[in-house]
Design a protein around this ligand. Sequence first.
Ligand code: SAM
Length: 236
Amino acid sequence: MAAARRRERTESALESDGIKWIFAGGEKHAATVNLVPGDSVYGEKLVKQGGEEYRLWDPFRSKLAGALKKGLRNLPIKNGTKVLYLGASTGTTVSHVSDIVGNSGIVFAVEPATRVARELIENVASKRKNVVPVLEDARRPNSYFSVFGKVDVVYCDIAQPDQTEIAIANCNAYLKPGGVMLLVVKTRSIDVLMDPKAVVVQEAKKLEKAGFAIDQVLNLEPFDKDHGMIYCFFRS
Ligand code: SAM
């Protein structure tokens, strides 16, 4: 009961941060105001309410939507936020982040795989002025020539064994002091034999050692098996 009340409080706080909770098909969904009205990026439902068009955010397709459903307390991404997004893929989550930051914000979307990067450009970046595709490997942050200035948030979802080290290197290069990093931990990419919860704890310790303050750790099941998300602040 107390947990349900806490969840409700969290959800209503997030409403002012660009998320709307919409009932559809008997379920409550997170949704974002569509920056490109009429355009559905990955087959998500479009819903009109109060003169706005919303895109329902699928927690089985996007780990950030899964984190919202699992009780992410704060969304560091708001109107006007500058985001460095590592592992953009075809742009499913990037497109919702683009809705939230709006035209006064920007999303630098890093993706080295050419096939998915082509879809990212055709379906997302070509229609959204606030998405800048960066076709580079996140292991080489100094090669991002189109990223300018410091960002407010680094979001990392790259499913690599050294994902935490890569995320830290990107924060050192681009995250402003006091900025937030959201790290998706795919535990099986790091160690298939170790207990997934222990892997998340191990990665959180690496972050603390590198000067981050951990604010929240979430388990993303049932939306994503063996995945966690770490929300942390950058101290240096
Ligand atoms: N974040 C995406 C979403 O929610 O829509 C899904 C990301 S998918 C799990 C992981 C992506 O990371 C893949 O598209 C992969 O090509 C990319 N990736 C893998 N290694 C990378 C690296 N070294 N630098 C940047 N991206 C990488």
